[in-house]
Design a binder for this molecule. Structure first.
Ligand SMILES: Nc1ncnc2c1ncn2[C@@H]1O[C@H](COP(=O)(O)OP(=O)(O)O)[C@@H](O)[C@H]1O
Ligand SMILES: [Mg+2]
Length: 422
């Protein structure tokens, strides 16, 4: 088996990218048919990597022009339009037309495409777009892309983050203005997506689920121009193969028993967690000047490193995303539900859910958030999966993290409900 290069902190493509052949095939077919895709999965599943690798391959083939836009830092529809416009630069035909639309702003701008030049273009473009004209300016960008010589694959990453940000105030509550702004942005996207179908193919992705957010806001219909694609964790064989390829790539002897032990600990094989585990193990053995891993090494590194302070940094990320998606009351409820599950062998049983329902009702300061809504978000974001007798933590790692972080002051719901009723 050929060696695989280790991943860095960011998305991967090329010689660092492993497998995902089925998803790459599905997405290529969709691009050829002009079908728009909404790529969903919990964070760190490899959405950005998958899209980047797809665009890399499509670019190599030469049939499509690809444009990648990241909306992580965008705050308004105008920001989004500016970002799409800037990133359209590689589509040279389209870019010439876009420049005409922003004539004065871009006069004398350098033709270089290094980071400094891109930042400069961004600032100038952004200055020409405001709340009053973003629709029209954005429409011109769409039209220019639609008339590009090669048809365009337009990947928009982290759109749900922008939507969520526009929708809510600083306390993470949905506001009427936010709802109106999101409605406008998504209608605009939908209209142009439909109008230019066949010339521009959209791949929208993001680490916060778009559906739960739109459902909360009553805007679900906007997602209906997209065919969903749900990116799943790796199956065990793929993760075992990936670990073998990584080991090969950096000269580590990692026997099957040790790789199996790694998968057993993680349970849910999120590519990022697989990479992270491998990296910790490799580093640990390097420090000990050993190049052969045992099952005992795997167990030690799991407890000391993966569950340790360094590993827990990832959990902060998970928690902050949860906070963004749920309003404050729902967020508090979610923390309780997950802690209960992590302290009960990963299971949140029906009886516990019933007790929590009563307890949350008593505790709520305003309107209680329906417990079903909270559970739906936890399910959608990959924390819990529905079972016959309740819900269960999907990932062994997340369950162990949660327990380590929140277990200390745990009071079972049975005891709390009794108190609140007294
Ligand atoms: N196909 C893949 N091959 C190898 N590693 C991957 C792959 N997909 C994801 N990863 C790992 O997961 C990490 C996060 O990937 P990323 O694409 O940023 O996820 P997302 O966009 O879903 O949050 C990467 O840094 C890499 O370590
Ligand atoms: Mg991403």
């Amino acid at each position: 088996m050929a060696g695989l290069k280790k991943a860095g902190a960011n998305w991967v493509d090329g010689e660092r990218f492993f497998d995902r052949q089925a998803e790459l095939d599905v997405l290529s077919d969709r691009v050829r048919n002009g079908t728009h895709t909404l790529l969903t999965a919990q964070r760190r599943m490899g959405k950005t990597s998958l899209v980047r690798e797809l665009l890399r391959r499509l670019t190599d083939e030469g049939r499509f022009q690809t444009v990648f836009v990241d909306l992580e830092d965008a705050r308004t529809a105008a920001d989004a339009v500016a970002e799409i416009a800037v990133q359209s630069r590689p589509a040279q035909h389209a870019w010439r037309r876009i420049k005409v639309g922003f004539d004065n702003a871009l006069r004398g701008i350098a033709e270089r495409v290094d980071t400094v030049a891109v930042a400069e273009v961004h600032v100038k473009l952004r200055a020409g777009i405001d709340a009053g004209n973003w629709r029209q300016k954005g429409g011109e960008v769409w039209a220019a892309l639609a008339e590009n010589d090669r048809s365009v694959v337009l990947a928009i990453d982290e759109l749900p983050i922008l939507v969520n940000r526009m929708l809510k105030d600083d306390d993470y509550r949905i506001t009427p203005e936010g709802k109106r702004a999101v409605d406008e942005l998504l209608s605009w996207l939908r209209r142009h997506g439909q109008e230019h179908q066949g010339r521009i193919c959209l791949i929208v992705s993001g680490s916060v689920g778009l559906e739960p957010i739109l459902r909360q806001a009553g805007l679900s219909a906007h997602a209906n121009i997209f065919s969903p694609l749900d990116l799943k964790p790796w199956d065990e064989q793929t993760a075992l193969d990936c670990l073998a390829a990584l080991a090969e790539g950096c000269g580590l002897d990692l026997p099957l028993a040790a790789r199996r032990a790694m998968c057993r600990r993680l349970r849910c094989l999120v590519p990022h967690h697989v990479q992270r585990f491998f990296d910790s193990l490799d580093e640990d053995l390097r420090l000990a000047r050993r190049r052969r891993a045992t099952v005992e090494d795997v167990e030690r590194v799991y407890t000391a490193e993966m569950l340790g302070v360094r590993g827990q940094v990832d959990l902060d990320h998970y928690e902050s995303r949860l906070k963004q998606v749920l309003e404050p009351e729902g967020y508090r409820d979610a923390l309780d539900l997950l802690t209960e599950a992590s302290m009960s062998d990963g299971m949140l049983r029906r009886e516990a859910i019933d007790r929590f329902r009563d307890y949350f009702r008593v505790r709520a300061e305003g309107d209680p958030v329906p417990i079903g809504d909270v559970l739906r978000v936890l399910e959608h974001d990959g924390y819990l999966e529905a079972r016959e007798d309740g819900y269960r933590f999907v990932s062994g790692l997340l369950q162990d993290w949660w327990r380590a972080r929140h277990g200390q002051f745990f009071v079972p719901v049975g005891q709390r409900a009794a108190r609140s009723g007294a």
